[in-house]
Design a protein around this ligand. Structure first.
Ligand SMILES: [Cu+2]
Length: 416
């Protein structure tokens, strides 16, 4: 906890500089299109990051950020745009309804199978972003990195996604779990209802509903999924464990076929898409994995999955980048630094067969004496007797007592 909060604190200090940064860049960006220094970058009026090539600002990129890394003013502007596009009397409401209902109407088509899930939803959130940008061209999809909030995912503290002033509002209340606070509260905002719900479908209330429960996967669990090199291991875990479960930890509207009508749908799918992007960045083979072999077009589109592979070349010539969330990057770097004596992830016979985790001896993996002893009793012996169990290693935030100085030690968590 200490470890996490220290990083978060440093990060908060950094992001509070960002309004000044924007201002400076926008002012000096007054010469956009009139000559610029080769290779320099600047932000255009829609806050795309552009690069100077041959005296012109080109290769402009939409930067998608983690929602809680935004300043309060940026959060407000983001949510105000969603409210203005989705308002009943908005000129964009009809288009918004059409888009939201498309996810409902095609729920049982192949949009949730391996062939289409990742690229279809990448295209879907892009179309959502395009629609929002009609009202405010600075809008980009934001993501919620739930892996860093997994210990306390549904906090309504001011920094959190679920705050009722700077965020998306809190948990549902009363018998029908309607959200009663924040910008999308009952009475103030109307979510999209399907035009023709099948008669047997569950009748959801008109309001946005939530019923928080459970804990989203943590950072180590996420790293375990990213660690797979085989697309057929990576994709099902991302789609099922990481994507599906988090939908239903928020529960309510998000755990229903009408989930796209919940505004947090796009926070969650932004993160799922970023995780795919993180995995794609491992190598050109990862980037190209699987989809070029799918010939059929994606439901409701005239595009093949392959056309969504490259985030820098999306339909309509759009280029997108996910801004790394600093606390998460720090943790990953920290964990990767331990590779010489410790691999994060799962130690099982099953895992050894599926991945290439080096089988170095356990004593050299565990330089901390006390954790090593407890590891022997809690983890290694059960591994011998339960080959179908597996074990997740987690960080302790306490300093290691021996040779590693201030480095954190490890312990393991048994998962059956
Ligand atoms: Cu979906």
């Amino acid at each position: 906890m200490l470890f996490n909060s220290l990083i978060t604190f440093q990060y908060r200090a950094l992001i509070h500089l960002s309004p000044t940064f924007y201002l400076a860049v926008l002012i000096s960006g007054g010469n956009v299109g009139t000559g610029c220094q080769e290779g320099s970058t600047s932000y255009d009026e829609c806050r795309q990051r552009c690069t100077c090539v041959g005296g012109q600002w080109v290769n402009c990129v939409r930067i998608r950020k983690e929602f809680t890394s935004l300043t309060d003013a940026e959060r407000k502007r983001h949510i105000d745009t969603i409210l203005s596009v989705s308002a009943i009397d908005s000129i964009y409401r009809a288009k918004y309804e059409e888009l939201i209902n498309e996810h409902f109407d095609r729920f049982y088509e192949s949009i949730h199978t391996q062939e289409h899930f990742l690229p279809w939803h990448r295209y879907y959130i892009l179309r959502y972003e395009n629609l929002m940008r009609k009202a405010d061209c600075t809008f980009t999809v934001t993501y919620w990195d739930w892996s860093l909030d997994s210990r306390n995912p549904f906090s309504t503290d001011p920094d959190n996604v679920w705050n009722n002033v700077t965020g998306f509002g809190g948990n549902g209340a009363d018998h029908d779990n309607c959200v009663l606070d924040g910008p999308f509260r009952k009475g103030a905002w109307k979510r999209v209802r399907p035009d023709n719900p099948p008669p047997f479908s569950r009748q959801l209330p008109d309001c946005l509903t939530r019923s928080f429960r459970g804990e989203p996967p943590g950072e180590i669990e996420l790293m375990k999924v990213l660690y797979f090199d085989d697309f057929n291991n990576f994709e099902p875990d991302l789609r099922g464990d990481l994507h599906g479960n988090v939908h239903c930890y928020i529960h309510g509207t998000m755990c229903d076929h009408q989930s796209a009508s919940a505004p947090e749908f796009f926070l969650h799918h932004g993160f799922i898409d970023k995780i795919w992007d993180d995995w794609q960045k491992k190598s050109s083979d990862h980037k190209e994995a699987y989809f070029p072999t799918i010939d059929e077009i994606m439901p409701g589109t005239d595009l093949r999955p392959e056309q969504l592979i490259d985030l820098s070349n999306q339909p309509g010539g759009v280029s997108v980048e996910y801004e790394p969330f600093k606390p998460q990057e720090e943790i990953r770097k920290k964990v990767e630094g331990k590779k010489t004596f410790m691999h994060p992830g799962l130690y099982t016979t099953y895992t050894f067969q599926r991945t290439n985790i080096p089988t170095t001896s356990f004593s050299s993996l565990f330089p901390c004496f006390l954790p090593f002893i407890s590891f022997l009793f809690q983890c290694f012996l059960p591994v011998l007797s339960h080959s179908s169990s597996y074990f997740l290693f987690v960080f302790h935030s306490v300093p290691c007592p021996t040779t590693l100085g201030a480095e954190p030690c490890f312990s393991c968590l048994r998962i059956c």
